[in-house]
Structures are given as C-alpha cells and as structure tokens.
Design a protein around this ligand. Structure first.
Ligand code: ZN
Length: 413
C-alpha cells in the first residue's frame, strides 16, 4: 500500500522535525543525507529504525521536542539488557486514547459497557492504554491489573463486567477457573479484547466456548504508542489499523525490500503525527500481510492479517527451521489436542545431536499414546524432523498471567 499525498506531507514534516530537534534520528538522517521526502521513492530511502537504536539512545536520545512538552514516559524491557524509553507529549497521550477508543467502538463496545482491565499498569503501556481508551469512550473502567484471580472473579460477578481485556494466556486461565468453579451462570461477560501475544485458533475457540464471548484481537507495541493502533472487527477478517496515525508497510525480513500487498512479511510502522518520539520505518519483527480490498464491515480503515508470529521466534533443530505457528497448525489436525503445548530443546552431548521434546495437552477423549504417535508421524511428514512427543492431561502445563513461553531452548544457556 502506497503513501497518500497527505501521508507524504506528514512524513516530510516528521523528518524535518527530527533533524531540527537534534535528536538521535535527526543525526542519523543528516548523516544519510535525508532532509525530507516528496515521493514514495524518497520514503523508501529513509533508513529503517529498530529497537537497537532505542537502546543506543537510552534514556531520552530519541526525544524530538522540548523536555517541558513531555508529560509521561513508557518503557519496554524486552528480553535483553537495556530497557527502551519512549517519551509522550500531551497530544501523543490523547491521540493514543482516541485510537484506543476507536478500537473499543470497532469491537461494538459502548459507554454502557463495564470494562475489566487485567493487563499491568506502570512503565509498560498495557493497562493505562486500555484505561485511557475506556475513559475516552465513556465506559466504566474496572482497573484491576494482573493477578489475584480470586478478586478478578469477585469483581467480574459483583460489578457485572461486560468486557474482559487481557492477554490471551490470562483469559484462558480465567476461563478455566470460571469453568472449574461453576461460575459461568453468574458471569455477564459479552466480549473479550485480547492482545500482546499471538494466539492459535484452538486457543481462540476454547476461550470463546468456555466464556461464551466474542473475541477481538488488538494490536500495538510500546514503541508505537502501545496497544490500540488496530483491532479486528466483528467479521474477524484481519486487523483494521488507523492510517491517520500510522503508515504500515510489509517488507521481506531478509532483503528489506517491500513486498506486494497480500504477501507475507515483516510489519514496518511509521508514526505520522507523533511528537515526543516519532519513529519512521520501525521494524517490528511481527509477521503479517496487508489484506487487499474492503472489509465486509465497510470500514474505510485498511487491514493487516492477524499476527502470524515474530521473525525472531524461529527456532532451528537439526537443520530444520520452524515457527511456533507451524506447530500449532499441525496440532490442529490431531483430534483431542487442547490449545496448550510446550517445546523443549536441548543438546544431547553423548550422541552429539539436538533433541526436541514436544509436550501437548490432550482432552482425555482419545488415547494419549495413539495421539503422540499421530503427532510424531505428522511432524515427520509435514516438517521433516521427529521430536519426542508426550501427551499429558489438560491443566498439566503451567498457565501464565502474562505471555506464555512456548519454546524453551537449553542449547545456548
Ligand atoms: Zn471490518
């Protein structure tokens, strides 16, 4: 999808703003000879930005305005070392709330709803984003934060909350608790807004069935405001994103070249109006594609597909590259598997080879030994390598209040 005339002007303004402020990226662009843009071609010459830049310019090197204009910072730690700090102006904070309220509206949520917010509050962008959007919409926020399942369920029942916002892992944990305690009749939930990790169709189906609610996928990342830059609609056919605030291109993660609409690649985001820390051509490492055409809902906002995974999620065992999403696709074909699985990889020193253990939860309707054999055989024919497979009863694998870690690799520890 090409930039519109208006978006070209907006990016041009961002480049000039970054240079004038003498910020980290201003210096990068000066060195690269980028002074502004007037075309798509110019735009594609702007160097990519990524999380390493943000670490290099820690703590406030990417700030592109006077410090007196900054009203808040957020931070994302990631998995390694130095955290990343993102400064926000009052307008940035308000723009984010406007986008987030639009997400709720796209999910059919109104000011009559009561929204239970379970993502964490604090340095990271989750809880406060869900809260600000809720208040902008005029709905009632129940700001729980994560954990304390006992209290979550009490509030859910006593306050008759209608919307649950959570990571999909925590939503599953709550759904299982509600079923275990036989509370389903007392729950008034109608919708769930889930984000921050990729979730399989099987997991979606389980949460949908156990809670009896409609599910929406929200998208976003701390570096680009936070969650709320896009969401699925009732047709569940991709994520609508707000192209008046962000421009999305899809690139080949290896060559860095843009791919045609419809083709899969890495999501690269440009903020069009951000003031505190504008980011141009930011590499997210999230894998998706532009969905061409108009959605059945008639929305004018373009769509990307739900996130397929991250380019850095890929793992390699005995020369074979795999993504967790491939394993999920494979497990979907085996009757009796639940949504939960875990992959452990280690090096067998005695035999000098890598070994992979796949643990899968089975619902108990099929024989566990037969299931492991079927998974083993399907792995061999579809992926070309054979892990050791164990099927265990539902509830055996650990549940998470945040994101579930699917792949544990002991080879490089
Ligand atoms: Zn739609």
């Amino acid at each position: 999808m090409k930039l519109t005339e208006k978006q070209i002007e907006q990016v041009d303004r961002q480049v000039k703003r970054l240079i004038a402020s003498g910020s980290y990226y201003g210096e990068v662009y000066k060195k690269a000879g980028v002074t502004g843009i007037t075309s798509q071609e110019d735009f594609e010459k702007i160097p990519f930005s990524d999380k390493n830049d943000l670490r290099n310019s820690y703590p406030l090197g990417i700030m592109a305005c006077d410090e007196t204009e900054i009203v808040r910072i957020h931070s994302s730690s990631g998995t390694t070392g130095t955290p990343v700090i993102i400064p926000y102006t009052a307008k940035d904070v308000d723009d984010w709330a406007v986008m987030f309220a639009r997400c709720y509206e796209t999910a059919g949520i109104t000011n009559k709803d009561r929204i239970q917010i379970t993502p964490g509050y604090g340095l990271w962008t989750a809880g406060i984003g869900f809260q600000a959007g809720c208040e902008k919409l005029g709905a009632m926020a129940v700001p729980m934060g994560p954990g304390n399942t006992e209290k979550q369920l009490k509030m859910m029942i006593d306050l008759e909350t209608t919307v649950l916002t959570a990571t999909s892992s925590y939503a599953l944990l709550l759904a299982e608790e509600i079923q275990k305690r036989g509370l389903k009749d007392q729950i008034k939930l109608k919708k769930g807004v889930f984000g921050s990790e990729r979730w399989s169709d099987t997991m979606r189906k389980r949460i949908h069935e156990e809670l009896g609610i409609e599910l929406y996928d929200i998208y976003g990342l701390t570096e680009i405001y936070g969650p709320g830059i896009g969401i699925t609609c009732e047709h569940n056919d991709g994520i609508h994103y707000w192209d008046d605030y962000v421009y999305i291109e899809i690139i080949d993660p290896v060559t860095g070249e843009p791919v045609p609409d419809g083709e899969e690649g890495e999501i690269v985001i440009t903020t069009l109006v951000k003031e505190g820390a504008p980011l141009l051509r930011f590499r997210t490492h999230d894998l998706s594609r532009i969905i061409p055409g108009t959605c059945k809902c008639g929305s004018k906002y373009p769509r990307i597909d739900v996130i397929k995974g991250r380019s850095d999620d890929m793992f390699k065992v005995r020369g074979v590259n795999m993504f967790p999403s491939q394993v999920e696709e494979l497990l979907k074909k085996i009757p009796g598997t639940s949504s939960e699985y875990s992959i452990t990889i280690a090096h067998d020193d005695d035999n000098n080879k890598d070994v992979m253990l796949l643990t899968v939860e089975g619902d108990g309707k099929y024989d566990f030994n037969e299931m492991s054999k079927a998974i083993h055989d399907l792995f061999k024919s579809l992926i070309g390598m054979t892990p050791k497979v164990i099927v265990v009863p539902i509830g055996t694998l650990p549940r998470s209040e945040k994101k579930t870690k699917r792949v544990i690799d002991y080879r490089n520890l």
